[in-house]
Design a binder for this molecule. Structure first.
Ligand SMILES: NC(=O)c1ccc[n+]([C@@H]2O[C@H](COP(=O)([O-])OP(=O)(O)OC[C@H]3O[C@@H](n4cnc5c(N)ncnc54)[C@H](O)[C@@H]3O)[C@@H](O)[C@H]2O)c1
Length: 372
C-alpha cells in the first residue's frame, strides 16, 4: 500500500504517537483518536507535541462512546486501522475490571461496528496485542518436551518459591514463546486484550478486511510516561532513581523480561501496514533476548552514575505477574522481514538520556500546572 489513510486509536500514547509520526513521514494521512487519559498523559506532554509537529489530525474522543468513534472513523475514511487504545495496567485491572472491560472489550466492539457501518474502504486492521495472553508462556521439562505451565501458587510464593511448575509440581524451564503456545491470561488486563483479538478476528473472518495481531513484549524507551504508576517498569525505575529512591525488586530478583525498544515496535506496526500481503498469523514482537529485572535495574542505576546496590530484592509478589517472558520472533522475521535493530544497552542509554532531560522538564511543568 502506498500513502494510505491511517486511523490510530490510542494514537496519542507512547507507541501510537511514534507510529503516527512515522506513518506521516512515510506519506500517510493520519488521524489519531485518543481520549488523552490523564493517567498516561499528565506530566507527559511530549506525545501531543509530537503529533502536532508531524501534522497528524487529532480527534479527542473516548472509544467507549460509539458515536464519537463512528464520527471520527467516517471523517477519516481510513484504508487501515491500527487499534492501540487500551487501559494497560496489569495490576490496576484487578481493581477496575469494569473499566478495563468497557475500554478494551466494548471499545473494540465499537470499533468493529464503526468499521462495518462507516468504513467500507478499510482493508486492514492491526491490533496491538500483548504477550500477557500467554500467562507463564512456553516451558520445557527436563527431557526438553514442551509442557503446559500451571499458574503459580500464592502459598508457594509466600514461602519464597517462585518457580514455574507443571500440574504435577515439576519445575520447568522457560523457552521462547510464540503463538503456538496456548493462551492462559493471568490478569483482567490480559483477558481483555485476548478478547480484543477474538472479537476482531471473528468479526472480519471471511470479509475483505484483513486482521493482523502483534503480541508485544515489554516495550520501553523515551516517551513512556514517568508518572503512570501502573505501567512501564523501566520508566518507573528511572523516576525513582532520579528521586533518590531505592528500587524495590519483586520476588527474588530473578523475574525475566524481554524488553524491546519502542522504535523497533513502531517499525513492526508500519511494516504490517505496508506489507504487500499482511501476515495473517499472530506475530510475536520482542527483542528475542531476556534479562532479569535485577540486572536491568542495576544497569539503569549504573547509567545514572548511581551505585548498583541501590536496589532491594523484596520477596513481594503481585497477582498477574508472570515469572519469565521471552518472544520467539522468528515468525515476525520470516513473514514480515522484521528484526529488532537496537540492542538493550543502546535502548537503555536512550531512555536514561531522555528521562534526564526532557522528562525532568515535563515533570516540572506538570507540577507547576497542578500547583497553579
Ligand atoms: N507498552 C507495552 O509494553 C505494551 C506491551 C504489550 C501491549 N501493549 C499494547 O500496546 C497498546 C499501546 O500501549 P502504550 O504502551 O502505547 O500505552 P499508552 O497508555 O501510552 O497508550 C494508550 C493510549 O490509549 C488511550 N486511551 C486509553 N483509554 C482510552 C479510551 N477510553 N478511549 C480512547 N483512547 C484511550 C490513552 O490516552 C493512551 O494515549 C495498548 O493496546 C497496549 O495494550 C503495550
Amino acid at each position: 500500500m502506498t500513502q494510505p489513510r491511517a486511523f490510530i486509536t490510542g494514537g496519542a500514547g507512547f507507541i501510537g504517537s511514534r507510529l503516527a509520526a512515522r506513518l506521516v513521514d512515510q506519506g500517510a494521512e493520519v488521524t489519531v483518536f485518543d481520549s488523552f487519559l490523564p493517567q498516561v498523559h499528565a506530566g507527559n506532554p511530549g506525545n501531543r507535541a509530537r503529533l502536532e509537529a508531524c501534522g497528524a489530525r487529532i480527534v479527542e474522543g473516548d472509544i467507549r462512546d460509539r458515536a464519537a468513534v463512528d464520527n471520527a472513523l467516517r471523517e477519516a475514511a481510513p484504508d487501515i486501522v491500527y487499534h492501540l487504545a487500551a487501559e494497560t495496567g496489569t495490576g490496576q485491572s484487578f481493581d477496575l475490571p469494569a473499566r478495563y472491560s468497557e475500554v478494551n472489550v466494548m471499545g473494540t466492539a465499537h470499533l468493529i461496528e464503526a468499521v462495518r457501518s462507516h468504513g467500507p474502504q478499510v482493508r486492514r486492521i492491526v491490533l496491538a496485542g500483548t504477550r500477557a495472553v500467554y500467562g507463564e508462556g512456553a516451558h520445557v521439562d527436563a527431557e526438553g518436551r514442551l509442557v503446559t505451565a500451571s499458574a503459580r501458587d500464592d502459598d508457594a510464593m509466600a514461602s519464597g518459591d517462585f518457580e514455574v511448575r507443571d500440574a504435577r509440581g515439576t519445575v520447568l524451564t522457560p523457552v521462547a514463546t510464540n503463538a503456538d503456545c496456548s493462551v492462559a491470561p493471568a490478569s483482567i488486563y490480559a483477558s481483555s486484550k485476548l478478547m480484543q483479538e477474538y472479537l476482531l478476528q471473528q468479526a472480519f473472518w471471511g470479509t475483505g478486511v484483513a486482521v493482523g495481531v502483534l503480541r508485544l513484549q515489554n516495550v520501553f524507551g523515551p516517551g513512556q510516561s514517568l508518572n503512570n504508576p501502573y505501567t512501564g517498569v523501566l520508566s518507573i525505575f528511572c523516576r525513582q532513581i532520579q528521586e533518590g529512591a531505592t528500587l524495590a525488586i519483586f520476588e527474588d530478583g530473578e523475574i525475566t523480561r524481554d524488553f524491546v525498544l519502542v522504535d523497533d515496535v513502531v517499525r513492526a506496526f508500519a511494516m504490517m501496514g505496508s506489507a504487500a500481503e499482511m501476515p495473517g498469523e499472530i506475530l510475536d514482537i520482542g527483542s528475542g533476548q531476556t534479562a532479569t529485572i535485577r540486572d536491568i535495574a542495576g544497569r539503569l542505576l549504573e547509567l545514572f552514575g548511581a551505585s548498583r546496590d541501590r536496589l532491594r530484592v523484596t520477596g513481594a509478589f503481585r497477582p498477574g505477574d508472570v515469572r519469565h517472558a521471552l518472544a520467539d520472533i522468528s515468525r515476525a522475521r520470516d513473514r514480515l522481514g522484521w528484526t529488532p535493530e537496537v540492542t538493550l544497552d543502546e535502548g537503555l542509554a536512550r531512555l536514561v538520556e531522555w528521562s534526564r532531560t526532557t522528562a525532568g522538564t515535563e515533570a516540572e511543568a506538570a507540577t507547576a500546572r497542578v500547583g497553579a
